[in-house]
Design a protein around this ligand. Structure first.
Ligand code: BES
Ligand code: MN
Ligand code: ZN
Length: 496
């Protein structure tokens, strides 16, 4: 996809289609007013007919209007003439893409920055709009035999933007949106692939591919090397599977100075059947998405590299399967983590924290500025926050605040839960340093409490993405979240 920003004059700028917004009271944005003037009032005349009311979601094409350098004009209903919310703006953009692709258009010029969005400026609208446009064209057809019938033709979009002083900033905003959308697409592809294809070994080979494309440093530790490091907790989960575990280390060095890196740790359980504490069979297929934390690290690293951010970022991906087997973890087993702390495994289905804790200990060697882990960690988080926000907990309020802010700015929100000392008691074990579960109450918090015991040596935050990483039902599929939040955080940190 190619996205450009231009001060395009509709009288002369050639495009297959111009896209404009219209409000319910018939009022026109300045861009629409200009079109109306160029077409000698044809637009206002059409609106006076009353067929098109401007109600949200309504859309229609007008053809062959005089005075403008296009044969098609796409009108998008924007509802009442008042500032839209982020979600309403997203819906307007989605509806534009729907109309353009339904008509097999290859190219269009968007006159949409004049739609007001509450508390957002034009650069934000171009950036977020670009992200949504490209995301809306995403299809996952790799595993279908007939591939091309649904492939959208749309290849080129131009934002009409006449503020000359901001033109280069606006181009940059469009490129950020595009990079985020591309990162999300990578993340969604990996998430959507089933467990029999997307194995730990597959993730390792995809990591090698990404490293080659984006010139990242890469190292993949195998089981032997993990044994040498003493990753007894991670390896205990992998024992129940015939797929060998991998520990992927990706390094992006974009800062000229050596600078402390930000470390991203992504949960990479390529299928979570629960192990001996096996899950119920309903919707178990969705546990192929249990590597979406890992997938978001891939997507974010790709976006960061594409934008050439001047920052150092390390991606750590512990990856294996969690299956029942004669060699699998059993409830009551005690394992020794890389940190030396012992863990009583009371529920083998609380495996995410068992692989993440060793990755957190491994992160110490980078002397990180901050460590952020991303994991589809608890069903409790889905109950608490649903699909709207990632759960966010951490040991440094400044880091948490930056992530909350990045989530608000990228419309990929997170919500903080408390990590009070009092909750730690729930992890008490009679046989080891800690248990791997803390009972039914506050499940998302006790999971984070567990991780916090391995994050004592750095500033750390944890994103529980169990509710946001994929959609169920008829739109089942990975969402690419929280690539926007993470990329925004790194943009802010790098001073881009
Ligand atoms: N991958 C799951 C979490 C999950 C469950 C995400 C459902 C999305 C939907 C995780 O490994 C898990 O099984 N967690 C357990 C923890 C419990 C045993 C303490 C859970 O949430 O039930
Ligand atoms: Mn589990
Ligand atoms: Zn899991």
């Amino acid at each position: 996809m190619q996205i450009t920003v231009k001060s395009a004059d509709p009288a002369s700028f050639r495009s297959e289609c111009y896209v404009i917004g219209v409000y319910e009271d018939g009022s026109l944005t300045p861009a629409a007013k200009n079109i109306d003037k160029l077409t000698a009032g044809a637009l206002a005349k059409f609106l006076r007919r009353g067929d098109f009311t401007g109600r949200t979601g309504q859309k229609t094409f007008l053809y062959d209007l005089p005075g403008i350098a296009t044969t098609r004009l796409l009108l998008l209903g924007c509802g009442k003439n008042q500032a839209l919310s982020d979600t309403q703006y997203r819906d307007v953009i989605k509806s534009a893409v729907q109309a353009l692709t339904d008509n097999s258009l290859k190219e269009a010029c968007l006159l949409l920055t004049e739609i007001t969005v509450a508390d957002r400026d034009n650069l934000w609208k171009i950036r977020f709009g670009s992200e949504v446009l490209v995301q809306q064209l995403y299809r996952f057809t790799r595993l279908k035999s007939a591939k091309n019938d649904t492939a959208p033709q749309l290849k080129k979009l131009t934002w009409q933007f006449s503020n000359a002083a901001q033109l280069s900033a606006a181009s940059k905003a469009a490129q950020v949106g595009l990079a985020i959308a591309n990162g999300m697409a990578l993340s969604r592809d990996l998430g959507n692939l089933p467990g029999n294809i997307c194995t730990p070994g597959y993730l390792a080979s995809e990591a090698r591919k990404l490293a080659k494309q984006q010139q990242l440093k890469i190292k993949v530790l195998d089981q032997k090397q993990m044994e040498t490091l003493g990753m007894g907790s991670l390896l205990s989960v992998a024992k129940g599977s015939r797929q060998p575990p991998k520990f992927i280390v990706l390094e992006y060095h974009g800062s000229k100075k050596p600078g402390q890196p930000v470390v991203l740790v992504g949960k990479g359980i390529t299928f979570d059947a629960g192990g001996i504490s096996i899950k119920p069979s309903a919707a178990m297929d969705e546990m192929k998405f249990d590597m979406c934390g890992a997938a978001s690290v891939f997507g974010t690293l790709q976006a960061v590299a594409e934008l050439k951010l001047s920052i150092n970022v390390i991606g750590l991906i512990p990856t294996c399967e969690n299956l029942p087997d004669g060699a699998a973890n059993k409830p009551g087993d005690v394992v020794t983590s890389m940190s030396g702390q012992t863990i009583e495994i009371l529920n083998t289905d609380a495996e995410g924290r068992l692989i993440l804790c060793d990755a957190l200990t491994y992160a110490e060697r980078f002397k990180p500025k901050a460590v952020i882990d991303i994991a589809t960690l608890t069903g409790a988080c889905v109950i608490a926050l649903g699909g709207q926000a990632s759960g966010l907990l951490g040991n440094d309020q400044e880091l948490v605040d930056k992530l909350l802010q990045a989530g608000r700015h990228s419309a990929d929100r997170a919500w903080q839960l408390p990590l009070w000392e009092e909750y730690q008691e729930q992890l008490k074990s009679n046989f080891a340093d800690m248990a791997n579960i803390g009972g039914r109450e506050a499940g998302t918090i006790t999971a984070a409490c567990f991780l916090s015991r391995f994050a004592k040596k750095f500033k750390w935050a944890h994103l529980d993405i169990a509710g946001v990483a994929w959609l169920g039902g008829s739109s089942k599929g990975a969402t690419g979240r929280p690539v926007p939040l993470l990329t925004q955080y790194l943009i802010d940190t790098s001073g881009y």
